[in-house]
Design a protein around this ligand. Sequence first.
Ligand code: GRF
Length: 199
Amino acid sequence: KKLGILLSGRGSNFLAIADSIAEERLSGAEIAVVVSNLADAPGIAAARERSFAAAVIESRGRKRAEHDAEIVATLQHHEVDLVCLAGYMRLLSPEFVRAFPQRILNIHPSLLPAFPGLHAQRQAIEYGVSYSGCTVHFVDEELDHGVIIVQRTVPVLPGDDERTLSARILEQEHLAYPEAIARVLSGNYEVKGRRYIAR
Ligand code: GRF
């Protein structure tokens, strides 16, 4: 199956997915295209360096619907089966979500539904929770809201700041994303209401 990766920044989750395919920890998947909405995202440079098809589709100053339509066309051109948001810092339009029903995943650095939105790790520290983690979920039309596929937890330690907690969570993100992709590609699950049920 063909993956389309969308990113806006560093791209470490993209690279974790790419590595797990290259090392055959994730089978039956290939990365068909990597798309960034920012020309200077380190993740898109990394994609080019590794010779993946890479596209910059600038979002700045453009209407969301129009920008999203261009991304959808690019993904369809590359015959993408599954869209993986990996640090893609834009909300998707309803038209985008409907173009890939139950076929868009996102990763978020908290145990949803706690701490949606920006700076989830900082929110967790400031709230004073003892555990946090990451969530891979299907994307629906609400921010950080769709059906949860995989969560991994980490402790929040007394000396933690945003940086140390983010690093601890990121390690788990790099395991959770390939695992979630494998689950979805296997097709061995059903979704009942908000619940993902493995078969
Ligand atoms: C990750 O923490 C991810 O959970 C969040 O944005 C960050 C992206 O990191 N959505 P990277 O670009 O994959 O390194």
